[in-house]
Design a binder for this molecule. Structure first.
Ligand code: HPA
Length: 296
């Protein structure tokens, strides 16, 4: 494949054009980017002095096709900090090329975003986890990556980052500590976990054998998002923090009557949304600038 075929619609110039279009349509100069997972779009409503762009109106942006994802970009301030918030994200199972799914990360980078906060809903593999737990992501397993499906596949764009980016420091240690500290202060410790997130392509939920395998491989939760965005954000030098709302327990037992479904995912989101929002907004209020591209 030629360079232009791989980067069609997602190369540096297209990302630059989208970033410039947004910068010319909003006064906000965001330093924090937020991605809202399934059923967690309420976070965006916390932004003050909002300016909203439907994905369909943003040049070069994909459309969100999933129920529970509003499909709009919200600019504003959260606790006085300029933010941009994706109310709805893109997934492999929607059929988009993986580079398109992660395009917003590059656009955010070009708009000046330094720190990304990502949320998702995930199935709990760890037997100690309960529905409604919030898992701070300390690391990920990128299953599609094992098959060569990476948002960084193709010619490297040096203007964003290096050919072989480090991923052993993908999830900021400093922000994970901040989440624990803020969570404890807010009285959330009973349902706050920290663990490994495994991304799969979906859209089918996992079989029992797959859940057993993932658990043996060291995954604590399984979902269909986030890791690809983090890979691209880290490649571009942005600091990342991510957390999963455990919306259902992965079925691990052939005698179980439990069956994963999207309604349960959205319902759990409604139950914990307020607390997730409080955790994120308090973290943002306390966050220091990340101006040295480091991985702490
Ligand atoms: N599996 C994969 N993705 C998910 C799940 C799950 O059980 N729950 C929410 N997203």
């Amino acid at each position: 494949m030629s360079t232009s075929e791989v980067t069609s619609g997602v190369g540096y110039e297209e990302c630059r054009a989208t970033a410039d279009w947004l910068l010319s349509h909003t006064q906000v100069r965001p330093t924090v980017g937020i991605v809202c997972g399934s059923g967690l779009g309420g976070l965006a409503e916390m932004l003050k002095e909002q300016q909203v762009f439907k994905y369909g109106d943003i040049p070069n942006f994909p459309r969100s096709t999933v129920h529970g994802h509003a499909g709009q970009l919200v600019f504003g301030t959260l606790k006085g900090k300029p933010c941009v918030c994706m109310q709805g994200r893109f997934h492999l199972y929607e059929g988009y090329p993986i580079q398109k799914i992660t395009l917003p990360m590059r656009v955010f980078k070009l708009m000046g975003v330094e720190t990304m906060i990502l949320t998702n809903a995930a199935g709990g593999l760890n037997q100690d986890y309960k529905v409604g737990d919030i898992m701070i992501i300390k690391d990920h397993i990128n299953m599609p990556g094992f098959a060569g499906i990476s948002p960084l596949a193709g010619p490297n764009e040096d203007r964003f980052g290096v050919r072989f980016p480090c991923m052993s420091d993908a999830y900021s240690r400093e922000l994970r500590q901040l989440a624990h500290d803020v969570g404890a202060e807010l009285g959330f410790s009973d349902f706050l976990q920290e663990g490994v997130y495994c991304v799969l392509g979906g859209p089918s939920f996992e079989t029992i054998a797959e859940c057993r395998m993932l658990s043996k491989l060291g995954a604590d939760a399984v979902g269909m998002s986030t890791a690809h965005e983090v890979i691209v954000a880290r490649h571009a030098g942005m600091r990342c923090f991510a957390m999963s709302l455990i919306s259902n327990r992965a079925v691990m037992d052939y005698d179980s009557q439990e069956r994963a479904n999207h309604e349960e995912v959205l319902e759990t989101g409604r139950m914990r949304a307020g607390q997730m929002e409080k955790l994120v907004s308090t973290m943002v209020a306390r966050m220091e600038h990340n101006n040295n591209n480091n991985c702490l």
